[in-house]
Design a protein around this ligand. Structure first.
Ligand code: ATP
Ligand code: MG
Length: 422
């Protein structure tokens, strides 16, 4: 081994930029939100789907779209056995691939799925923006009805209400179909032609390839141009077909009836290629610059684009990191008993019986004196300590010590196992 490699072996290795270690009570907070999501989905008939964390790169090129920032700049792509693979930057493409590959297209409609897990995008890390982040998402396949849109949106809004998220706003728009957008493009491009050079280089490229995407630009200079009155007036004239407009009107009627407030945002186009008709984003003013906690929309051609049968669908994904930043205090399960002991066989046995009754129990493993063990129990905020020495084992009893009041009494095992004898 060379001197350099010996030295580098001792150097501290840190986590990659834009990633996080989660541990302790933060993981408990995540777990309780994840369980709540699962319950919320399962209660409405959605089933979990778990797809690989990496897929063939072509899936994202075709699914997310070759002109998108995600595919052009943000994917972690590598080669193995001459195949290009990418870490998934989002969940929908993989779920649609599985939907087709697993024959779910033949299941009775609608097919209702959800997923959760890590996603990877090579972006500039900042508050609310990471390179490995986590999404929870929902996909509803097989129906092109306003009711399906309403249910998908309601599933997100009601979840956030249950979690008590503050200052939410549902931004919604109708971007029509590809044919509708052709009508939009011509007028939009004509308005922008004289000032094209004032736009950022990305927007100038999008002008040629996908003008609608220009509205999604984060550059403040471009945003100021798009906010000008003549462009705004143009944007607010609905360019979509009668069918798309009727679908959207029906959806808004349902949202009104359900008392879900929304804001029609004509600038909302979403960054991915596959959307049709309804698109939406749920933002919170408590989040700062990265204010979207959830985004989604209808994608009526994606299943076909990826080689499946014609299948309309709608879905959304929420960002767990941003969601967790908005979730307030969550109840963490308290430690019911801390077992202070030098009799480990009996202590483990008692702990297992208590845990079977859903008590949270820890057994001291240190072999230290009981005084030190009680200090540890207090540090862990245990509600009670159970002292189990050889005398107690012989008599089939434990000393129950309330750590707040310091009150201590002898309780037979049997009584302890019958319920909390507080
Ligand atoms: P943004 O406009 O914030 O870049 P996006 O449109 O790229 O979001 P989607 O692809 O719709 O995001 O993903 C859905 C959600 O996932 C977002 O609303 C956000 O909460 C979360 N998200 C997306 N990218 C990141 C990231 N790099 N780090 C953390 N969360 C993210
Ligand atoms: Mg983004």
């Amino acid at each position: 081994m060379t001197g350099t490699s010996q030295k580098s072996r001792r150097e501290l290795i840190q986590r990659p930029k834009g990633t996080q270690d989660l541990f302790g009570t933060e993981v408990e907070r995540w777990e309780s939100v994840e369980s709540l999501c699962r319950l919320h989905f399962q209660n409405a008939g959605y089933q979990e789907v778990r797809t690989p964390v990496f897929e063939h790169t072509e899936l994202f090129e075709r699914g997310v779209g070759e002109g998108t920032d995600i595919v052009n700049k943000e994917m972690y792509t590598f080669e193995k056995s001459e195949r290009r693979l990418s870490l998934r930057p989002e969940g929908t493409a993989g779920v649609v691939r599985a939907f087709i590959e697993q024959g779910m297209a033949r299941w009775p409609k609608p097919v209702k799925l959800y997923y959760m897990g890590p996603m990877f995008r090579y972006e500039r890390p900042q508050a609310g923006r990471q390179r490995q982040f986590h999404q929870v998402g929902l996909e509803l396949f097989g129906l092109d009805t306003p009711a399906a849109d309403a249910e998908a949106i309601l599933m997100a809004m009601r979840l956030f209400e249950q979690l008590g998220l503050p200052n939410l706003s549902l931004q919604i728009n109708n971007i029509g179909t590809a044919e509708c957008r052709e009508r939009f493009k011509a007028g939009f491009k004509a308005l922008l032609a004289p000032i094209l050079t004032q736009l950022c280089l990305d927007c100038q490229t999008r002008y040629g390839s996908n003008p609608l995407r220009m509205l999604d630009c984060k550059n403040p200079g471009c945003q100021a141009i798009y906010a000008q009155p003549d462009l705004q007036a143009f944007l607010q004239t609905d360019f979509t077909s009668e069918d798309c407009q009727a679908h959207f009107a029906e959806l808004l009627k349902l949202l009104d009836a359900l008392k879900v407030p929304y804001h029609r945002n004509f600038m909302l186009v979403r960054g991915l290629d596959y959307y049709t008709k309804t698109v939406f984003e749920i933002t919170s003013t408590n989040l700062g610059a990265q204010n979207a906690v959830c985004g989604g929309g209808r994608y009526n051609t994606l299943v076909e684009d990826l080689g499946g049968p014609e299948t309309p669908a709608i879905g959304w994904a929420l960002g767990m990191e941003r969601l967790m930043a908005l979730v307030g205090e969550l109840p963490v399960k308290p430690l019911d008993y801390y077992l202070v002991t030098d009799q480990h066989a009996a202590a483990f046995d008692l702990a297992e019986q208590l845990r079977a009754q859903d008590y949270k129990v820890e057994v001291d493993l240190s072999g230290k004196g009981f005084g030190k063990q009680l200090e540890r129990a207090a540090k862990l905020n245990a509600r009670q300590a159970l002292i189990l020495g050889s005398a107690e084992v012989h008599s089939g009893e434990v000393q129950l010590k309330n750590l707040a009041s310091k009150e201590q009494r002898v309780v037979p095992y049997a009584l302890l196992l019958q319920g909390n004898p507080e």
